[in-house]
Design a protein around this ligand. Structure first.
Ligand SMILES: [Fe+2]
Length: 246
């Protein structure tokens, strides 16, 4: 069995290295009558396990859709609230540059509205920091209290009432609103943050680096009749999302 151990440590190489090694190993051991039927069963079982782990399109463990996503589980931190298609983030009333983020969530085909999709949004304040009050729990300690949750309605629509955030004090990143989505039958994953077309920090280089996960997050703000800034961010589920299967 010792010949098999390296393959367990390096599963990505296993199917390249193991078959010839293990076949010759089994052959020699059988010839020398040192291998019982039970041993052969065990070896074949290990090989099958390695094959499944390295060749299945859908891994058996861990987060799959969208790849690694630190903090994405914050989308589940809405407690016992009953989510609707609209949420108002804290401090909305206190700010002058009120902003309505809204849009439609579509299935992967880009046309069919997606109902029941949870969207989690969080952003910085006017100083460019994720503010906390000191009593936060979970991811609120990192994301701050300027956050909200919605669940899309039967037509895939959602709305967040908030205000326009500022860029980090370092001025290294454009102002942005983080977005994470969760479909009923999939794990949560992040999509391109909302950023603003007229942001001087949104350089050509940064624009070119966008993955456009869920579609582009770069928004040209308009102004509503009530003076609110309007940010329309439609979302196409699975678009440019690794390991996504509708
Ligand atoms: Fe951020």
């Amino acid at each position: 069995m010792s010949a098999l151990l390296p393959s367990l440590l390096l599963p990505s190489q296993s199917m390249v290295l193991i078959p010839p090694v293990s076949v010759s190993y089994i052959h020699i051991m059988m010839r020398e009558r040192k291998l019982s039927g039970r041993h052969i069963q065990l070896i074949l079982g290990v090989l099958l396990g390695i094959f499944l782990l390295t060749h299945l399109k859908t891994p058996l463990v861990g987060q799959v859709v969208g790849g690694r996503c630190e903090g994405c589980e914050a989308i589940l931190e809405y407690g016992d609230r009953k989510l609707t298609a609209t949420d108002t983030l804290p401090e909305f009333a206190a700010h002058q540059d009120k902003m309505l983020i809204s849009g439609t969530v579509f299935q992967k085909d880009g046309r069919t509205p997606a109902e029941g999709v949870i969207i989690y949004a969080y952003h910085t304040n006017k100083k460019g920091i994720y503010p906390t009050k000191g009593d936060e729990r979970g991811w609120a300690r990192r994301h701050g209290y300027l956050r909200g949750w919605v669940k899309t309605d039967s037509q895939g629509r959602y709305s967040f009432y908030t205000f326009k955030p500022a860029s980090y004090p370092s001025r290294t990143e454009p102002a942005h609103v983080h977005l994470i989505v969760k479909e009923p039958d999939k794990n949560e994953y992040w999509i391109d943050s909302i950023e603003f077309e007229d942001d001087p920090l949104l350089t050509t280089n940064k624009r070119n680096q966008k993955r456009k996960r869920g579609g582009s997050g770069i928004i040209a703000l308009s102004k509503g009749q009530n003076g609110h800034l309007l940010a329309q961010r439609d979302i196409t589920l699975g678009k440019n999302i690794p390991n996504y299967q509708p």
